[in-house]
Design a protein around this ligand. Structure first.
Ligand SMILES: Nc1ncnc2c1ncn2[C@@H]1O[C@H](COP(=O)(O)OP(=O)(O)OP(=O)(O)O)[C@@H](O)[C@H]1O
Ligand SMILES: [Mg+2]
Length: 150
């Protein structure tokens, strides 16, 4: 599924809509170059889950955990400096009971999970326009429709 997102505010709304689909055990991998809008999208997911604290780039820590009013913790990971799957393992994330969002996920992570959503954000030539594609991997996402407003 592909959508065009024209402003940071709409990226947050998109994150909120996406949040409505997420349950404990779900993993969202965010791809997209520097400044693509990965953290902005995560902020929207945080709002949708009614997460506590500010969702911001977890640059100095590899992962930040937010409690949510909706249930499972939201774990926000910045994998930019993550060198291997082993380093992810070191973070001791409770994947089964959390909703985990990973910015800068790379393919070495794919082998670790049986299902995940890959959200790729592309910057077009125009300043604020982003093209966003969502691809579900694994049985969990088979046949799941994203009722997202374009
Ligand atoms: N349509 C849009 N969607 C998202 N962000 C947008 C959009 N248009 C402009 N922006 C701006 O682009 C920037 C995106 O920054 P953000 O921190 O979300 O990106 P990022 O992908 O997390 O970057 P990094 O790679 O540094 O982690 C923000 O300043 C935001 O306001
Ligand atoms: Mg970021």
């Amino acid at each position: 599924m592909k959508v065009t997102i024209e402003t940071p505010e709409l990226m947050e709304s998109f994150g909120q809509e996406l949040a409505a689909q997420l349950v404990a055990g779900d993993l969202v991998l965010l791809a997209g170059e520097l400044g693509a809008g990965k953290t902005t999208l995560t902020r929207g997911i945080g709002a949708g889950l009614r997460a506590t604290g500010t969702v911001q780039s977890p640059t100095f820590v590899l992962a930040r955990t937010h409690k949510t009013a909706s249930g499972p913790d939201l774990v926000h990971v910045d994998a930019y400096r993550l060198g291997s799957a082993l380093e992810l393992d070191d973070l001791d994330i409770d994947f089964a009971n959390s909703i985990v969002i990973i910015e800068w996920a790379r393919h070495f992570l794919d082998d670790l999970f049986d299902h995940w959503l890959l959200v790729s954000i592309d910057r077009s030539n125009e300043q604020d326009i982003r093209e966003v594609e969502i691809i579900g991997h694994g049985k969990r996402w088979e046949g799941v429709q994203f009722a997202l407003s374009d």
